[in-house]
Design a protein around this ligand. Structure first.
Ligand SMILES: [Zn+2]
Length: 239
C-alpha cells in the first residue's frame, strides 16, 4: 500500500500521528510517515513509534516497500510490535536526520564544484561521499573545501520543483548521477534547485537554506576504481 510521504513536503517534520496498515516480517507499514526510507544514497531514518500508553517501539531502519511509494519501518528484533489499525505517534531521531540533510545538501553543492560525472554516492550521519569519473590529479582537497564552503556561505534557500518525465527526457543534462537514475513511475520527477548553484533530480531530504550546512571538510580522496575517484566529506566542526 502507498504511504503518504510527509517528509517530501516538509523535511522538518519531527513528529506526526499515523495508523498501522500492515505488519510483516520486514517491518511496519503506516498510512503516513515522516521516516525517510533508504534511497538515493541516503541512509534510512531511525526513531520511535510511540503507543497511546507511552510505550516506545524503536525503529532501527526505514526501507522502501515493494509497492511504489510504500515505506517499511524496520523494528529491532525481539522488541514490541504494534497492531494493525493502531494509532501511533511517530518520533524521528531528528539530530541524526538533520545531519543527513546537511550532508546530503552539501553533496549537491560539491557536485557543482567538482565538474565531472558522478558515478556513486552515499550519505551516512557522520560522513558522505561522491564518486567522480575524473582524473585524480584534478582533485585537490583544499580547493574543494574552499570552494564548497564559499558557496555554502552564500546562504541560498533551496527549492523543490516537480517536472514531468517528458520534460526530464528533454533535458538529460540535469542527470549528473550516472549510478542513480531519478525516481520515476508517477509521471513526474522531483528536483532540488539551489538557485544559481545546482538543479538536479533528487528524492532525498535537504535543508531549507544551504547556510544550515555550516561548513565541510574533506576527509579523504582516494581511487576506488577507474571511474570512481571518491571524495569523502564531513561537517565541521563535528556536530
Ligand atoms: Zn538531494
Amino acid at each position: 500500500m502507498t504511504t503518504e510521504l510527509l517528509f517530501r513536503d516538509d523535511a522538518y517534520s519531527k513528529t506526526a500521528s499515523a495508523r498501522v496498515v500492515a505488519i510483516n516480517d520486514r517491518g511496519v507499514e503506516l498510512d503516513r510517515t515522516i521516516f525517510y526510507p533508504q534511497g538515493g544514497g541516503q541512509a534510512g531514518d531511525t526513531g520511535f513509534l510511540v503507543r497511546a500508553n507511552g510505550e516506545r517501539i524503536p525503529v532501527a531502519d526505514t526501507r522502501k516497500g515493494e509497492v511504489f511509494d510504500s515505506v517499511l519501518h524496520v523494528l529491532a528484533p525481539g522488541g514490541p510490535r504494534p497492531e494493525v489499525g493502531e494509532e501511533l505517534t511517530l518520533d524521528l531521531d531528528w539530530a541524526r536526520r538533520y545531519q543527513l540533510m546537511r550532508l546530503h545538501t552539501a553533496l549537491h553543492v560539491m557536485s557543482c564544484v567538482v565538474v565531472a560525472p558522478v558515478t556513486g554516492g552515499n550519505i551516512a550521519p557522520e560522513r558522505a561521499r561522491l564518486d567522480f569519473d575524473i582524473d585524480m590529479s584534478l582533485l585537490d582537497a583544499g580547493k574543494i573545501e574552499r570552494e564548497v564552503n564559499a558557496l555554502i556561505a552564500r546562504g541560498v534557500a533551496t527549492e523543490t520543483v516537480w517536472i514531468t518525465d517528458e520534460e526530464l527526457d528533454a533535458r538529460p543534462e540535469l542527470v549528473k548521477t550516472m549510478s542513480v537514475q531519478p525516481p520515476r513511475g508517477a509521471g513526474r520527477v522531483r528536483l532540488l534547485r539551489i538557485p544559481g548553484i545546482d538543479l538536479q533530480p533528487c528524492g532525498g531530504t535537504h535543508v531549507a537554506n544551504i547556510g544550515e550546512i555550516g561548513a565541510i571538510r574533506v576527509l579523504k580522496i582516494r581511487s576506488e576504481g577507474k571511474r570512481n575517484k571518491r571524495v569523502e566529506i564531513a561537517l565541521t566542526p563535528d556536530p
